[in-house]
Design a protein around this ligand. Structure first.
Ligand code: UDP
Length: 410
């Protein structure tokens, strides 16, 4: 049996005045025809990373509008997650391929998890590559199968993608953040839906400036001094060492600046710990660089506080599926300086809702302009907030999923 994820309740009505009455009414109207439909989301983990962030809000809202929706995570041991981590990197462009014995591990865990899947689903939505083999092993357990891709497949290791594609082709539809992530050879039955953040979650609810600074002070931040912050898993694609380089360049011009690197380690991310250690060494004991992880009890409220308190949010990613941390920062009216990769330019219009950068030098220059010009910081932050409200909040995502269900005849 796959493991059920326990979820709190959410009410769509609570979102009415944040997203506007029109959208909420449209959702209710469209959901009427889908009442009672049984939908299962399957993902690799319930903790850490963008997928779980999205599902914690989306699944309860799907329930609130009348569907019978569940979320389960697959079972896997370290040997499986080692392979899926390799696969993840490889699909995002790492030249290292997956060996035959590693594919066997992948297939064995998918087959085992498929055995534990109950039946009678109207739709199963499989998130990301880790459980992608479920359909091939248990096609009869659901009427419809949808694969939801959260990663950047624009420059994949072709060998790895080539072995995954036959599994993906069998799905009734696959859903991507952006058109450029759709692999060649998967034409038709493809849909583009960007993800979203939940404005009512503890991570994104408005925190008073007093609370934000109180929280940050407990982690040694001097709230009287300028603060740069990146919130991200410790992963090479997130380039935390590039953030440290950026910080050092900024400090040459602004001696009192501080940096916080806030990052949890997902349970399916064994490389995370090693990379964390490397980042820690790279900071070289600098007292103005604070590196925090979930062992420091950094949960949603702490992430919220750092994002709210920071004078500039940096997201120096080298690859990025979408970049929910950018969305979260924009929602908190923060100026964001972020890598011009993946889904980030979908969110940041350069110079309007933040700045797009491609090197530590450029990041430092943009950071300095934001830190030196509070009016500019405010203008970018406010424009980012309105863009997020319009495009990247959970009710919009819910509406788009209802559209998928309608079109597939759920
Ligand atoms: N996150 C968190 N704590 C951390 C690091 C990340 O809660 O220490 C959250 C972050 O706020 C965001 C998600 O994990 O909601 C990361 O999503 P994103 O799309 O930025 O990147 P991913 O990890 O999926 O590549």
């Amino acid at each position: 049996m796959l493991q059920d994820v326990a979820l709190g309740a959410r009410s769509l009505s609570d979102y009415t005045h944040l997203v506007g009455r029109g959208l909420v009414e449209e959702i209710r109207e469209r959901a009427k025809r889908l009442e009672g439909k049984r939908v299962l989301h399957v993902s690799a983990t319930a903790f850490g990373g963008g997928v779980s962030e999205i599902l914690y809000a989306l699944v309860p809202l799907m329930r609130d509008v009348g569907l019978d929706v569940h979320w389960r995570v697959i079972l896997g041991r370290e040997e499986f997650f080692n392979v899926t981590k390799l696969m993840h990197n490889s699909l995002q462009g790492d030249p290292q391929s997956i060996s035959d014995p590693e594919w066997e591990v992948f297939e064995a865990y998918n087959a085992m998890n498929a055995q534990g899947l109950d039946d009678n689903w109207d739709a199963v939505i499989v998130h990301d590559p880790q459980p992608a083999g479920l359909r091939a092993n248990a096609p009869d357990r659901s009427r419809l199968w949808i694969w939801r891709c959260h990663i950047d497949l624009s420059t994949p290791n072709e060998e790895t993608l080539g072995r995954l594609l036959p599994l993906l082709r069998d799905y009734d539809e696959s859903v991507y953040h952006m058109q450029k992530y759709v692999p060649d050879g998967l034409d038709g039955r493809v849909r583009i839906i960007p993800p979203a953040i939940d404005p009512l979650s503890p991570k994104n609810m408005a925190l008073s400036p007093e609370d934000a600074s109180f929280v940050c002070q407990q982690f040694g931040i001097d709230v009287e001094r300028p603060l740069m912050c990146q919130v991200s898993r410790f992963d090479p694609w997130k380039d935390p060492m590039g953030v440290i380089d950026t910080f050092r360049l900024v400090r040459e011009q602004m001696s009192d600046v501080q940096l916080a690197l806030v990052g949890s380690m997902a349970t399916d991310d064994p490389e995370g710990w090693e990379f964390f250690q490397r980042t820690f060494s790279y900071a070289d004991g600098d007292p103005d660089i604070k590196i925090l992880n979930n062992l420091n009890n950094v949960g949603a409220i702490e992430v919220n506080a750092f994002q709210s308190q920071a004078d500039v949010i940096v997201q120096k990613s080298l690859r990025e599926g979408f970049g929910l941390t950018v969305t979260e920062a924009m929602w908190k009216v923060r100026p964001v300086v972020a890598g011009n990769v993946g889904g980030i330019p979908l969110q940041i219009e350069d110079g309007e809702t933040g700045f797009l950068i491609s090197s530590p030098e450029e990041a430092a220059q943009r950071t300095l302009s934001v830190l030196g010009d509070p009016e500019l910081a405010k203008r970018l932050g406010r424009a980012g907030k309105e863009r997020t409200r319009e495009l990247f909040l959970t009710p919009r995502l819910l509406r788009d999923w209802l559209g998928v269900f309608e079109d597939l005849g759920l």
